[in-house]
Design a protein around this ligand. Structure first.
Ligand code: GDP
Ligand code: MG
Length: 599
């Protein structure tokens, strides 16, 4: 298509504000899809997990043909963006592939933290923003209140804000016209050497990586030899095309187009989001701006419950990582848990997704250790070591200092909850910065937090202390020195490496006490006494004791028949629980995550 008739845009919205519903209406209006194809609605979210959680995990793109009221034909490319902070780099690359963004805000909810974070990314990327207030059909909608929030936020005129009901289709034709009128057409750079931005890649078992890209400069033809900047690898463009609901092979993709490229890439790590594709023979000199090698932020050990499933776990992780360039894993051994893997994730949600997929899609029974961040340790000998597993933290005597990653966080809430949130901030070693009023009732609070303090249940706590009226978003800001110590757990004097954690010195005693108490409740009675101790180095800071099981007493309490039945039931229950033999002690799986619900 002619460049002046192309519009590339995305939708920015907080979860549940109606992004998928609106996308469905656009697809329907442009006859990209008809009603019957949309049985379960929300076509852009195609993984089960995404559907269940109501979030879009991976970005996709879809092309629509639209004939305007004036009678001109347009090609619209809607690029879907992931909605969660773990995937904010992918969001930034999806935005970079667009010229415009629809800012969708629920008329009953108002602007939320994630929306603001992504809005800023879109403004930074120079996109034309079209604000859209959705759900105006609902009686509880406050269109004018939400409009004034949006005006404050981006300094736009009231008339420029659209009102729609994505569900009822109200205002959608006007939105279509606004998109072609207000979103700029792509730059006409067809004469330049090829540069295409990768904004997503997925793995196809038969074709290898399918690379989603935006042609920024030049022309890509089927059969061209292409080179990827990040690794200098050269591939042959076997197939190129555009995506409507299915892949539509084409001979040529030109500057301004959004499409896909298939070139027998066996590993998605060779087609990284943010990288630039150019011609192997007539390359561009410089890659497109904004490439970043995304690094995992949260780490955890994954171990098979049955040690003989180690190879199965390796295969499953291998398959998962084929489709997920940001999942990293290396084999590790634990004295307590045996052979397993240390896995790195973009964030907690990413970690949960991987764990769930391993269990559901690959039928793995796994034990997960407490997630931790990556520490930078300056040793007395001048070396710096990176520690991604608490049990690998060197001896205190050899350490000069320890640094941990920090994030800057914004929390949007009602003014009523400022006090509660300040308190939570203090509990989590947050440094309060300032508070902006969005309107008379809603505020945006700014903090800086150690990442480690928010990987445990921070979001749930925030929701509960604000009765659900708070949303948060954060970005990584770098490493800072902290007073951190390693807290070990000993069972009958034996350290259990998989239970070691790294905590701030000021919290160590409290955590040690609570952790021992918690473990006492989780570890069942054994044939002999079990001592649970928490220690910093060789110093024991807390102790609990599980007394030995007394069979004869039990037998006395419950008469013959009942006792046997009971035992049978207990036995069956135990069988279902995942137990791990640590030294002589049977430890259930929950124990390795006990820390997660300490408070
Ligand atoms: P997403 O998380 O942003 O993709 O949001 P969805 O599109 O999944 O919508 C979240 C919920 O809001 C769903 O139950 C939709 O049916 C509902 N919804 C979306 N748009 C509207 C609307 O215009 N009016 C009403 N009443 N409900 C809507
Ligand atoms: Mg959705």
């Amino acid at each position: 298509p002619e460049v002046s008739r192309i519009r590339n845009f995305c939708i920015i919205a907080h979860i549940d504000h109606g992004k998928s519903t609106l996308a469905d209406r656009l697809l329907e209006m442009t006859h990209t899809l008809d009603r019957t194809q949309m049985d379960s609605a929300q076509v852009l979210d195609d993984m089960d997990l995404e559907r269940e959680r109501g979030i879009t995990i991976k970005s996709h793109a879809v092309q629509m043909k639209y004939c305007s009221v004036a009678g001109d034909d347009y090609t619209l490319n809607l690029i879907d963006t992931p909605g969660h902070v773990d995937f904010s780099y992918e969001v930034s690359r999806s935005l970079a592939a667009c010229e415009g963004a629809l800012l969708v805000v629920d008329a009953t909810q108002g602007v939320e933290a994630q929306t603001i974070a992504n809005l800023y990314l879109a403004i930074e990327a120079g996109l034309e923003i079209i604000p859209v207030i959705n759900k105006i059909d609902l009686p509880s909608s406050d269109v004018e209140g939400v409009a004034s929030q949006i005006i404050d936020l981006i300094g736009i005129e009231r008339e420029e804000i659209l009102q729609v009901s994505a569900k009822a289709g109200l205002g959608v034709p006007e939105l279509m016209e606004a998109i072609i009128a207000r979103v700029p057409s792509p730059a006409d750079n067809g004469h330049l050497p090829l540069r295409a931005l990768i904004f997503d890649s997925v793995f196809d078992a038969y074709r290898g990586a399918v690379v989603y890209l935006r042609i920024v400069d030049g022309v890509l033809r089927k059969g061209d030899k292409v080179r990827f900047f990040a690794n200098n690898k050269v591939f042959l463009a076997d197939e190129i095309g555009t995506m409507s609901m299915k892949r539509q092979p084409k001979q040529v993709l030109e500057a301004g187009d959004v499409g896909y490229l298939i070139c027998s890439i066996k590993d998605v790590k060779d087609a990284k989001v943010g990288d630039t594709v150019t011609h192997a023979d007539a390359p561009a000199d410089k890659r497109l701006a904004g490439y970043k090698d995304v690094k995992p932020m949260v780490f955890s050990g994954l171990y098979p419950v049955n040690s003989n499933e180690f190879e199965d776990l390796r295969e499953s992780l291998e398959k998962l990582s084929l489709n997920d360039a940001s999942l990293v894993y290396t084999p590790e051994t634990s004295v307590a848990l045996g052979f397993g893997f240390r896995c790195g994730f973009l964030g907690l949600l990413h970690m949960e997704i991987i764990q769930e997929r391993l269990e559901r899609e690959y039928n793995m029974n796994i034990i997960t250790t407490v997630p931790n961040v990556e520490y930078r340790v300056l040793m007395t000998n001048g070396e710096t070591v990176i520690v991604d597993n608490p049990s690998k933290m060197p001896d205190t005597a050899r350490i000069t200092n320890v640094e941990e990653p920090y994030v800057s966080m914004q929390i949007i809430t009602l003014a009523d909850y400022i006090g509660n949130i300040m308190k939570l901030g203090m509990e989590r070693r947050g440094e309060y910065r300032n508070t902006d009023y969005l309107d008379t009732k809603r505020v945006c609070m700014h903090f800086e937090f150690p990442l480690s303090e928010i990987v445990f249940d921070f979001h749930d706590r925030l929701k509960s202390i604000s009765k659900g009226y708070a949303s948060m978003d954060y970005e990584y800001i770098g490493y800072r020195e902290s007073e951190l110590v390693k807290l070990d757990v000993l069972l009958n004097g034996e350290p259990v490496d998989a239970l070691s954690i790294i905590v701030h010195r000021s919290k160590a005693y409290d955590w040690g006490r609570k952790l021992c108490g918690k473990l006492k409740g989780i570890i069942p009675k054994q044939m002999y006494e079990v001592a649970i101790q928490a220690a910093i180095g060789s110093r024991i800071i807390s102790r609990e004791t599980i007394s030995a099981m007394r069979k004869n007493v039990l037998a006395k309490c419950y008469g013959g028949d009942i006792s046997r039945k009971r035992k049978l039931i207990e036995k069956q229950k135990e069988g279902k629980k995942r137990m791990k033999q640590v030294g002589r002690v049977e430890v259930p799986q929950e124990a390795f995550l006990a820390i997660l619900n300490i408070d």
